[in-house]
Every structure is written in C-alpha cells, then in structure tokens.
Design a protein around this ligand. Structure first.
Ligand SMILES: [Zn+2]
Length: 321
C-alpha cells in the first residue's frame, strides 16, 4: 500500500512508485492511497526488542502489543463512542528482533489523511512515556510514500529464495484472516467527521504543504554535486514538480555515457529519485528496455567529503510556524 499526500492520478504516479519500490527491496505494491477520500485509520507500530528491554516499565513483547492495541481501541472509542471494538484488525509481522504491528479497523473511517495524522498523535499520547517515540509510532501521513506487506504480497528474500515475514491481517473476534485495506471498495462504515478531537489545526495543514514541496537551493546544489561525483554528465537538472516532489528531472543537453546502460546516449533523458536522504539515478532508456518482470535499474549516488559539507547546510533546522 502506498499513501500519497497529493491529489494526482494513479496513472501518473505508477512509474514513480515503481522507482521508489525498486529502491525498497522486498516491498510490493498492493494498494495506492491518493487524494483525500475517507479512509480507515491505521497505525504502524515498530518497536525493536532492544528498545523494549531498555524502557523502565519492563513490558513483555506480548504486553507491549496489547498496550499498542489498547491505545488504538481507546482513541476509537473516544472519537466514536458507538465504535464496535470487534472491528479492530491487527496485522502482525513481528520477529525475534522487532515488534511490528499494523492496527486498523473496518468499523469506522476518517474523512482524510490529515485526520489520520491527528488520530495517530492521539494514540501516541495514550502510550507509556517510554513508547511514545515517533520512531515507534509511525505517522503514515507524514510520509511521501508508505508501503505495507500484505497477505498475498509477501516479502521475498532473494538470497534464500524464500518468502519471509508475511503480514497477515487477523480479526481477533474469530481469528479469520482477511485482506488488509485502508480504502476498500464499497466500504460503508461510518465516517467520523464531527469529533472535536480530530479537528485539523490551521498550522498543521500549512506544515504538511511545506514539507511535501520543499527542495532548498542547498539540496539542489547537493544533487548537482552528486551527479558530478558520479561522473554523470550531459544533463541539465531541474527542481522537482509539485506532483512529483521526489523526482528531479534531467534533460539531455549533450551526448554522454550512461552508467546504467554502459553506452553513449544522445537523446534520452533521465531523472533522480530522492528517498529520504539518499538519491538514485534512473535512465528512461534503461527503464524502457528492461524485461517486463525485472527490477528497474538504478545507480545510487553516494556522498563524498565535499558533498557532506553541503549536506550539513540541509540539516539546519527550519521553523515552520
Ligand atoms: Zn541509459
């Protein structure tokens, strides 16, 4: 599943998503969330066992899972007193090292992704102090993309050729396993649009807009430096568009050698995909020529000492208020 903050068509983003996924080994596309239609609340809890053992409340992993689910339940009841707690659904892909839970409900929907963000904060504040870390309670609304291993789309380990950590969504009421979707077709569950707890403060929506569209001059210069470091020449770099905030287009200005195709191109364009703090180069020609089932080819752009100085400029905190 992919969550996108921006209202763009699915056809437009298919290529971009594939690029992001090819950078995230093992994730596959299941559900795309775009636009701002009502959707089921969902929380992604990720807690390394090491971190669990370090907190003072000394919870077992089972107790920690219960704590997460109870916080979710309590917030559902607060925003929607008629909520049926039997509609909670839990997808567990924990292993020996990490608790990993996706908790959702098919009993209610929230009007938009902004409300999911507020819902997430309400749940986070219900947790014991040691578990309130933002790394543990993931706010999917703050991510440009969000992918979830689903039943039927298991994580594939290429080395062992085995499928691992299949995420199953289980209804605790009767143990039935079902497809875990955030915006399923023909969903008629009630939309909570009158809870004062879920009111979106004005500053919050401004903040989201800023985060999703911001590419600073310093970052643009960093990407230019990365291209030079990788000896990728012959292109002119552009800022990302509003619709594809993580894609830096590269337009051909002179013939040059392509590191992916290992040959000279004289007309093909290319692009850079930003994924958090890392950048990868993609060639349209290579994308078009690949076998249908094969992974998209990319070249990771790494940061050297000189580029690190520029990177530091990017880390200067910016006040968004
Ligand atoms: Zn190429």
């Amino acid at each position: 599943m992919i969550v996108l903050n921006q209202d763009i068509s699915l056809a437009q983003i298919a290529d971009e998503i594939e690029a992001i996924l090819s950078d995230h080994e093992g994730h596959s596309l299941h559900e795309i969330i775009d636009g701002d239609e009502p959707l089921r609340p969902i929380i992604d809890f990720d807690l390394p066992i090491e971190m669990l053992n370090a907190i003072s409340s000394k919870l077992s992993d089972k107790q920690a899972k219960n704590t997460f689910c109870n916080a979710f339940r309590d917030v559902c009841l607060e925003i929607f007193p008629k909520w049926d707690k039997k509609t909670i659904s839990i997808a567990d892909s924990s292993d020996a090292k990490k608790i990993s839970l996706h908790v959702s409900t098919f009993g209610t929907r929230l009007p938009s992704i902004a409300q999911v963000a507020i819902f997430t904060e309400l749940v986070r504040k219900k947790l014991p102090a040691g578990l309130q870390d933002k790394g543990i309670v993931d706010n999917i609304a703050n991510k440009r993309s969000f992918s979830l291993q689903m039943l039927g789309s298991p994580k594939y380990n290429e080395k062992t050729e085995k499928h691992v950590r299949i995420k199953k969504a289980i209804c605790p009421k009767d143990g039935s396993i079902f497809d875990f979707m955030i915006r399923p077709p023909n969903d008629e569950s009630e939309i909570i649009d009158n809870s004062p707890l879920l009111a979106v403060p004005e500053t919050e929506s401004v903040k989201y807009a800023n985060i999703s569209n911001e590419t600073t001059i310093a970052e643009f210069e960093l990407v230019e430096t990365l291209l030079q470091e990788a000896s990728i020449e012959g292109y002119s770099l552009s800022y990302p568009s509003e619709n594809f905030p993580d894609k830096f287009p590269l337009s051909r200005i002179s013939p040059s050698h392509c590191p992916i195709c290992d040959r000279e191109h004289n007309s093909d364009n290319a692009y850079i995909i930003r994924n958090k703090k890392s950048y990868s180069f993609f060639c349209y020609r290579a994308n078009n020529n690949r076998e249908p089932s094969s992974r998209k080819l990319l070249k990771k752009l790494t940061i050297s000492e000189t580029a690190l100085d520029r990177e530091r400029k990017l880390l200067t905190p910016v006040k968004l208020e």
